[in-house]
Design a protein around this ligand. Structure first.
Ligand SMILES: [Zn+2]
Length: 340
């Protein structure tokens, strides 16, 4: 990776210290690019408050920018997921921190300080809980990486979008997890939604490649990597909901929810079929995990809907406060150095 390119691509981001080895992706990315005959693509791994995965280009060189901060957040969410009792207080603190970061990266410094104040008010006991697991994070990172790479293949027409059958029957079996306003008309909207179909294709390649890679690298049981992948998709959704409540209106949030449910059900079906066809695993192996993961996501979303004040006090940004360089710097310092 060219140092100048790296500098240019990092310029618009608020860079953090990367806690993970940025070389993980490089262990396989160049090999994958070669195998697909993609010569002008590179991957930049960094950690930033933007915590998004994006594409960029300089001249005719294209880049996937992978933000490892997302892995840190996955680690925290995994800790919450494993608790016997849903840790409401800690989760609220986590959400306020993320909201503060989101507003900061959007240049909304007063709103950012509003949420960092709420974050700082919640004290949580420090428990020594080291769940860090390279195998899990590596698998989740590669799932997202391959998903993005697939978007790239579609964009350069090296892959044609697949059309998937509707999933209304499967959804009917979901019981109370289906939103009440789900209808055949809505289903139709999704079946013909090209963007959504593209996402499904990217998910399929992403999960197959991640399962295979985890098997080769760590000899991970495909059932375990399937669970990690399903978690990664749910964690991404939770983070995107938190990020979006700072910027989106409610109807848009609901639409995001449908998209997520649709993809989540499909991911479950794909994982089942990968386990059966490639690894001769039992067809219903993932069922209990699916329920547990669904419940966790539902609990997170209910908490966001009921306990989080999503509206920054009215007129907050219009308050007669001058954002000095010092104020901005100290806020940035707080965000970069306080533990999620
Ligand atoms: Zn995508």
């Amino acid at each position: 990776m060219n140092e100048l390119h790296k500098k240019i691509l990092s310029l618009s981001r608020v860079i953090r210290k990367d806690l993970f080895d940025s070389g993980w992706i490089n262990e396989y990315s160049n090999d994958i690019f070669n195998r697909w005959g993609v010569s002008n693509l590179d991957c930049l791994v960094l950690s930033s408050l933007e915590r998004d995965i994006s594409f960029s280009s300089i001249g005719d060189q294209n880049f996937i920018i992978f933000d490892n901060y997302i892995l840190e957040l996955f680690d925290v969410l995994y800790k919450f997921y494993n608790r016997k009792i849903f840790p409401k207080k800690e989760i609220l603190r986590f959400i306020y921190k993320l909201l503060s970061e989101k507003h900061f990266t959007r240049g909304e410094y007063l709103a950012s300080s509003h949420y960092i104040t709420l974050f700082s008010k919640i004290c949580i006991p420090q428990v020594d809980e080291n769940l860090y697991c390279k195998e899990r994070l590596y698998c989740q990172q590669s799932f997202i990486f391959f998903h993005e790479f697939m978007h790239y293949l579609i964009s350069i027409k090296k892959w044609k979008i697949t059309y998937y059958p509707p999933i209304s029957n499967v959804l009917n079996g979901l019981g109370e997890n289906i939103p009440k306003s789900w209808s055949p008309a809505l289903e139709n909207k999704f079946t013909n939604n090209k963007q959504l179909l593209e996402e499904l294709d990217c998910d399929v390649l992403g999960m197959r490649a991640a399962i295979e890679l985890a098997k080769i690298t760590f000899d991970t049981d495909p059932f375990i990597s399937s669970k990690y992948i399903l978690l990664a998709h749910n964690f991404m959704f939770i983070i995107s909901i938190i990020d979006n409540i700072a910027t989106l209106s409610k109807p848009k949030l609901i639409e995001l929810d449908f998209n997520f449910i649709y993809r989540n059900v499909y991911i479950g079906i794909f994982l089942d079929s990968i386990l059966v066809s490639l690894y001769e695993k039992n067809h219903n192996l993932l069922d209990d995990e699916k329920i547990k993961i669904n419940n966790f996501t539902q609990n997170m979303i209910s908490l966001i809907g009921s306990d989080i004040d999503v509206s920054v006090p009215t007129g907050y940004e219009a308050m007669n406060v001058t954002i000095t360089k010092e104020l901005k710097e100290s806020l940035k310092d707080l965000l970069l150095h306080s533990q999620v």
